[in-house]
Write a protein that binds this ligand. Structure first.
Ligand SMILES: Cc1cc2nc3c(=O)[nH]c(=O)nc-3n(C[C@H](O)[C@H](O)[C@H](O)COP(=O)(O)OP(=O)(O)OC[C@H]3O[C@@H](n4cnc5c(N)ncnc54)[C@H](O)[C@@H]3O)c2cc1C
Length: 390
């Protein structure tokens, strides 16, 4: 194991691997990523990985636009790796949310997102078997879809390695050492790596990592379930990704004629401990999601549910990430609090954090609205729909 590094990243999920690659793309070579399991062992591996651009704050819109650009150029940038399924995304909204929907659509268009409203009847044509009842407005994004989280993280990691980075799997960071209030080393079971810069990208474990240096990061961990169902043979294929605010579900195609389905916000947060939680889905969850899904897609009443799992969201008070240089511990950077929607923005987050570390500020997108101090200064970001709809 290396004895010294310019940067040590703790965490090999979407954020850590994206950052590792982007640091090497900026010319840094002596950079290390520590992952306590395998790549995508945390939230990233459990993610639905839906990529939509309908954000309601400007920083989110800029981050997702840049990320979509990276997703679209992925095969050229990463030796042919095909990780993005550009199947288009539909957003079903109830009539009572029409005003905020219209405001958001105007902002999205002003900031360059290709999106437009379609009629409910047109949406029903594109989404076979859709029950149109109760849908007020529908947005469509032709450039959105979903991605393969493992494919993305492993492509970032492989390119970073070929650029000279070191990745240590099954190597938990155990502690961060400080010298006169600044970062000096990361401790592992294989020894210490001296470094002036540490990045906390530990997902649901980021709060524990923060505690090592006396930080109480404002993060809560919630348990989130998803299921995969086989689409009945007599139903045409489901080609698009969908967020359905009317019944609070989302779905997108999964391989081999399957549909991946989850429950959206608002809902009760199930707070949990990332080291002790059930990975299963409960019977109540399956019953609830079946009811919601078959109301909107009645033919799915015949669907067979084939698997399900529960993963973790790491939630900040305003459901947006903290991307920052720690004001309290010199040399420590924070890329924490994915809040259930940060897979899709991870390509741009890695780029912006690399700029913050290497250049002192992020030039591609101004990420200062995501500084950690926003909570103490009461400059929370607003998110018009609430929860992880950001
Ligand atoms: C069920 C579910 C559905 C989701 N759906 C979507 C979606 O449709 N679209 C979207 O954009 N987002 C979605 N998200 C959110 C998204 O997946 C996360 O925001 C994103 O993956 C967070 O990435 P991360 O790198 O911050 O965290 P993680 O992927 O959790 O990575 C952190 C890594 O750090 C490692 N680690 C922790 N502690 C240590 C240590 N001490 N030493 C070494 N390694 C350590 C962990 O093992 C882990 O691999 C979903 C999340 C879940 C759970």
């Amino acid at each position: 194991m290396l004895k010294t590094a310019d940067v040590v990243i703790i965490g090999g999920g979407a954020i850590g691997t994206s950052l590792l690659y982007h640091l090497t793309a900026k010319g840094l070579r002596n950079v290390v990523l520590l992952e306590k399991g395998l790549l995508c062992a945390g939230s990233t591996g459990d993610s639905a990985a839906i990529v939509r651009q309908h954000y309601s704050n400007e920083v989110g819109i800029h981050l997702v636009r840049k990320s979509v650009e990276i997703f679209q150029n992925f095969p050229d940038m990463f030796d042919g790796a095909e990780v993005f399924h550009n199947v288009g995304w539909y957003f079903l909204v109830p009539p009572e949310a029409a005003d905020i929907f219209n405001n958001n659509m105007a902002r999205l268009k002003r900031l360059g997102v290709r999106t437009w409203e379609v009629s409910v009847a047109d949406a029903a044509e594109a989404l076979p078997g859709l029950n149109m009842e109760g849908i007020g407005c529908v947005a469509f994004e032709p450039d959105s879809g979903y991605a393969n989280p493992h494919g993305m993280a492993s492509a970032f990691a492989a390119k970073a390695k070929s650029n000279g980075a070191q990745i240590y799997l099954q190597t938990p960071a155990r502690d961060i050492k400080l010298n006169n209030g600044r970062v000096s080393a990361v401790v592992t079971d294989q020894g210490e790596i001296s470094t002036p810069v540490v990045v906390n990208a530990a997902g649901p474990w980021a709060k524990s990592v923060g505690r090592w240096v006396g930080l109480d990061l404002p993060l809560e961990i919630t348990r989130e379930s998803e299921v995969v169902a086989r689409i009945p043979a007599d139903l045409p294929p489901m080609r698009h990704a969908v967020s359905n605010m009317v019944d609070r579900t989302y779905w997108r195609p999964e391989q081999r004629g399957m549909l991946l389905v989850g429950v959206g916000h608002p809902k009760e947060n199930e707070l949990t401990d990332p080291d002790h939680y059930s990975r299963d889905v409960s019977r109540d969850f399956v019953e609830d999601i079946t009811r919601r899904l078959t109301h909107r897609l009645p033919a799915m009443g015949q669907a067979l549910f084939v698997k399900g799992w529960s993963g973790l969201y790491t939630v900040t008070p305003d459901w947006n990430m903290i991307l920052d240089k720690s004001p309290d511990v010199e040399g420590l950077y924070l890329a924490v609090g994915g809040s259930g929607h940060s897979f899709k923005i991870s390509p741009a987050i890695g780029l912006c954090m690399a700029e913050l570390i290497a250049d002192g500020a992020a030039g591609t997108v101004d990420i200062t609205p995501l500084q950690g101090a926003r909570f103490t200064e009461e400059t929370h970001l607003s998110s018009t729909y609430g929860g992880n709809r950001a």
